[in-house]
Design a protein around this ligand. Structure first.
Ligand SMILES: [Zn+2]
Length: 271
């Protein structure tokens, strides 16, 4: 028995049509309600009325990742590499971040699916901002750039990404899974910036791309916890790294290299 979401009757399973996209493989409405609903939907369409669900579907830019040529595309790819999720049960892509960084989800939404609403969900003690969209084409294009299901520990650097976009891609990764902090024990402003990942291979490739572009020697990988590793750049190295990352896009405000205080200013904690 299953309850119809429209007429609210409990009916036998063969009163429902099959629909593989649903978790139980059946439509949410019973056959009778499904027919009525379809008829009404078509009638509205004939009258030229707007079908809200249709607009949401069509607003997805399914071919967004078929070619990556602009910094903002590489940036959104980097966000998906750090905080994105591709499901293998359905061709679905989701990006969720801490509510304080909701701006990141807004950027991705405006690029990938401008009409899509952003949802806020409670996760343990904090709120997450999230968008999700369904697109078989986007899922298959993303695989070409190493965004695949359950990627976190095995994430690889996207070899298909043009080298000139490496900084914007890595900026997306940094805005998702990076950090910047000020060392208050030092008398002059001294900042350290780093990136965290569960994939050692990815961090090594990131270091190589950074070295290639800036000449900064690779730091050692250090374990952050049982599952993740980190790379960090301090002082001048942080300044050089972030100048390169932010060369083409502004990125998240709170992770930018802070402007040094003018002479005579009282130093305050920037983070
Ligand atoms: Zn029904």
């Amino acid at each position: 028995m299953k309850r119809c979401a429209r007429c609210h009757q409990f009916l036998s399973l063969n009163s429902f049509y099959r629909q593989s996209a649903q978790p139980d493989g059946l439509t949410a409405y019973c056959k009778e309600c499904w027919k009525t609903d379809c008829a009404q939907r078509h009638a509205r369409k004939r009258e030229g009325m707007v079908d809200k669900r249709r607009i949401l579907m069509e607003s997805v830019r399914h071919d967004y990742f078929s070619q990556i040529e602009r910094p903002i595309q590489a940036y959104v790819l980097g966000l998906l590499a750090s905080d994105g999720n591709v499901s293998d049960a359905r061709p679905r892509i989701a990006l969720s971040v801490h509510e304080k960084d909701k701006w990141l989800v807004e950027v991705a939404r405006d690029e990938l699916a401008p009409m899509r609403p952003i949802t806020l969900a409670r996760h343990r003690d904090y709120h997450m901002a999230k968008i999700a969209l369904t697109s078989p084409q986007m899922v298959s294009d993303l695989a070409h750039f190493e965004i695949v299901p359950r990627k976190s520990a095995t994430l690889r650097w996207p070899a298909a990404l043009p080298q000139t976009l490496a900084n914007s891609y890595l900026l997306g990764v940094y805005d998702g899974d990076g950090w910047i902090t000020r060392d208050l024990r030092k008398p002059v402003p001294y900042f350290t910036a780093g990136i965290i990942s569960a994939s050692q291979g990815f961090l090594q490739a990131a270091c190589a791309a950074i070295y290639e572009a800036t000449g900064l020697e690779a730091p050692c990988l250090s374990p952050v916890n049982q599952r993740a590793f980190g790379i960090r750049y301090g002082g001048r190295r942080a300044e050089t790294l972030l100048a390169w990352l932010h060369q083409d896009l502004p990125g998240l405000q709170r992770k930018r290299y802070p402007t040094l205080p003018a002479v005579g200013d009282t130093p305050t904690a920037a983070c």
